[in-house]
Design a protein around this ligand. Structure first.
Ligand code: ADP
Ligand code: SF4
Length: 691
């Protein structure tokens, strides 16, 4: 389909100093859990984005010296010439598809523990490092400042040798020395690098000037700067020093990449912010500089992008998460395939896995992180291996993705769903307060499936094993999901909680199915991801008195990894939900529940007419077990394989269910492999002879 002329403006080239971006789509630097640890994976992932039409494809943060060693995080590194080849590989992958490669250089200051290098971390003033490690960063003296400028400059020169087209000088997210020098709460210096705003900005100005001088007309130079920190007068404010700094340096860089710090304010989840949430903070920037401006805001709507450009807010559309969820977003707009865009749902699972130091994964894009090691491409999938018919039972995220990917391979697919709607847990959970955007997991797939002539969908069809076999399918995927347990079994309890079999005890499934518990309600969260907090919020919104008890010190503790924990706790407190932390539920009685302190065991009672148990789930795998347990019956029915996928296989995230569905389809007709992916070190080792 031809591109809608309304979107022509998005495909105008943009000059970034001496280099030219082919359009206005700019993948900003983003962590990915691969970096220098999994460099082949990282390079392939970036190459796919270039192929998908992004004009600028950036690295993650690249640290420049052993004093900024943030071991634990799998970021990039450019300490010496020896680091050039792996970064050159990324440049090649990006250039192959006509995009510009950008490198973001940083020194993390107090965010580096130097656990590997054993150097003493550096900072504008003396301060303990983050993460409560027993380490302090020391105040930099003049020699340190000169060294830092030299390291940065050396890294710029090496970046050019690696093949980068743009270098980004970093002063955002509080993660960079040059930015940390700007903040009075960090910078307590009395020399020419402290005190006045001009002095505090001096170091950033210097590294940008150094870079510009070094690259001449060979590379663009970007200033990446957080104009606001959302911490009032204590921090950077976009109507205060944030604006003054952009005014001071307005024409110095070739492009401004502006945002809001820290990371949790930059990558806000959809529960807490809408598309475009940074606009009130960054919209002034274009008024004070003639240089192009880029910013993010989880933009997936091309109409919104056009209005940003037309209204003079941005020159380039920045994206990290939308480019992860759909690396082909620009190409799809260009080719008039708007309906094919796989929109980011704003869940931050991508951030979570980066935090876990594992290759990034994405709820919407099951191929993310698998581009190199499994050879999965987000838009291309091999044709079917045989004329097998595929039956997928259950249309939650696992079943929907299995049916979609198998359909894309050309298989004849039947998708049977017990409920009257598609989506499984996604349908249920997206009705919880703040979760509407998660419905995109279902909507994207449902839309694609309905257009496929080789896929038939049956709703209101709860299949028995006998009915499943009657379909005459060759391959069966059982994606029947999982159910929340009522007995309290989970991380803190490996025996049923006394009283858990009472009438007033419910599960999240009951609540999502419409059961109205009697108040006061105790939500017991031993799961620690979003569900406990979400159920508490829903029930409080229904007007009930609610207490959330958890054995952890904070509510929804795992959501630290998705940058949401503090917001969830603040929201619950604001709604008047009582919080009982460090508390195990030890018994449920008539109208009361007994909580025990996790440290002392001391018990206290709280009023609870009902209890919602959010502890763990059990796979709904009876159908799978019946089918798989009778190979003879399968053979008679002509079924070559039965596989359980998603929560029915192992209850986990929606991202895991989508991945399992995709994997099922990819592996149709393939021999099972014990290690289904390539590994970086063993691939490298393969170049050497085995003893
Ligand atoms: P997952 O996250 O693994 O996709 P879900 O719980 O979201 O799992 O979805 C499982 C889906 O399977 C639900 O929509 C449920 O209604 C459906 N289902 C369960 N048992 C059957 C069955 N016997 N036949 C058809 N659909 C089923
Ligand atoms: Fe978006 Fe979630 Fe994918 Fe991250 S994991 S890109 S937030 S859909």
């Amino acid at each position: 389909m031809p591109r809608d002329p309304r979107y022509d403006i998005l495909f105008e080239p943009v000059k970034i100093g001496p280099v030219t971006a082919r359009n206005r789509f700019y993948q900003v630097p983003h962590c990915n859990g691969m970096g220098r640890t999994f460099p082949s994976s990282m390079a392939a992932m970036r190459g796919v984005k270039a192929e998908g039409g992004w004009a600028v494809v950036s690295t993650e943060q690249i640290d420049i010296h052993p004093t900024t060693d943030i071991t634990g995080a799998t970021e990039g590194r450019l300490w010496s010439d020896r680091d050039i080849p792996y970064l050159a590989r990324m440049c090649d992958a990006v250039h192959e598809h006509g995009a510009l490669a950008l490198i973001e250089l940083t020194h993390n200051g107090k965010f580096a523990t130097a656990a590997y290098s054993r150097e003493v971390p550096l900072f504008p003033s003396h301060i303990p490092v983050v993460g409560n490690a027993p380490v302090q960063a020391r105040a930099m003296d003049k020699t340190d400042i000169a060294d830092y400028r030299r390291w940065h400059l050396d890294a710029v020169k090496r970046a050019r040798r690696a093949g980068f087209d743009i270098v980004c000088c970093y002063a955002a997210h509080n993660l960079s020395l040059a930015g940390q020098f700007m903040l009075p709460r960090y910078n307590r210096r009395a020399d020419e690098y402290g005190g006045s705003l001009e002095n505090r900005v001096r170091l950033f100005r210097e590294i940008v000037e150094d870079a510009k001088e070094a690259v001449g007309d060979t590379m663009g130079v970007v200033a990446r700067f957080a104009v606001d920190e959302r911490r009032g007068a204590e921090g950077m404010e976009s109507d205060g020093e944030g604006r003054e700094i952009v005014e001071m340096l307005a024409e110095l860089p070739d492009l401004w990449d502006v945002n809001v710090a820290e990371w949790e304010n930059d990558s806000v989840t959809s529960r807490f912010a809408e598309e475009g949430y940074q606009e009130p903070f960054i919209s002034f920037v274009k008024q004070v500089t003639t240089k192009p401006v880029v910013a993010v805001g989880r933009y997936t709507s091309p109409d919104r992008m056009v209005s940003l450009v037309r209204n003079g807010v941005l020159d380039m559309i920045g994206a990290a998460r939308p480019s992860i969820a759909d690396p082909f977003l620009p190409r799809k707009i260009e080719e008039g395939r708007i309906d094919d865009i796989r929109e980011c749902i704003g869940c931050n699972i991508c951030v979570g896995w980066d935090h876990l130091q594992a290759p990034m994964r994405c709820t919407q894009n099951p191929t993310k992180g698998e581009e190199w090691r499994k050879g999965w491409h987000p838009e291309r999938i091999p044709r079917k291996a045989a004329d097998d018919r595929v039956l997928v039972i259950g249309a939650g995220p696992a079943g929907l993705e299995a049916a979609l990917a198998a359909g894309q391979r050309g298989y004849g697919v039947t998708l049977a769903e017990a409920a009257g709607e598609l989506g499984g847990r996604v349908a249920r959970e997206s009705r919880l307060p703040g979760f509407a955007a998660w419905g995109r997991v279902r909507d994207y797939r449902a839309h694609q499936l309905r257009r496929m002539a080789n896929v038939e969908i049956f709703l209101d069809s709860r299949l028995t094993a006998g009915q499943a076999l009657e379909f005459g399918a060759d391959r069966v995927a059982v994606a029947t999901g999982a159910s929340w347990r009522k007995d309290g079994y989970g991380r803190a309890h490996q025996f049923p909680i006394p009283g858990a079999d009472g009438a007033g005890v419910l599960t999240p499934d009951d609540v999502m199915a419409g059961s109205a518990p009697e108040g006061p309600v105790l939500v017991y969260d031993d799961d620690h991801y979003y569900m406990g907090g979400a159920i508490a919020e829903k029930l409080r919104g229904d007007g009930l008195e609610v207490t959330l008890a958890t054995p952890d010190p904070v509510v929804s503790s795992w959501t630290v990894e998705t940058l949401e924990q503090h917001r969830i706790q603040a929201r619950l407190i604001g709604l008047g939900v009582g919080v009982e932390a460090n508390a195990r539920l030890s018994a449920i009685g008539d109208g009361v529940a007994a909580l025990a302190c996790v440290f002392t065991g001391r018990r206290r009672e709280v009023a609870a007419a009902s209890v919602v148990m959010v502890t763990s789930r059990l796979p709904d795998d009876a159908l799978y077990r019946e089918l798989a347990g009778d190979p003879e019956r399968l053979r008679d029915a002509g079924v070559a394989s039965v596989r359980r996928i998603g929560d029915c296989h192992g209850p986990a995230t929606i991202a895991a269910a989508v991945y399992e569905g995709h994997r099922f389809a990819r592996e149709l007709g393939a021999e099972p492999r014990d290690i289904p992916f390539k590994r970086e070190l063993t691939e490298l080792a393969a170049e050497f002879a085995l003893p």
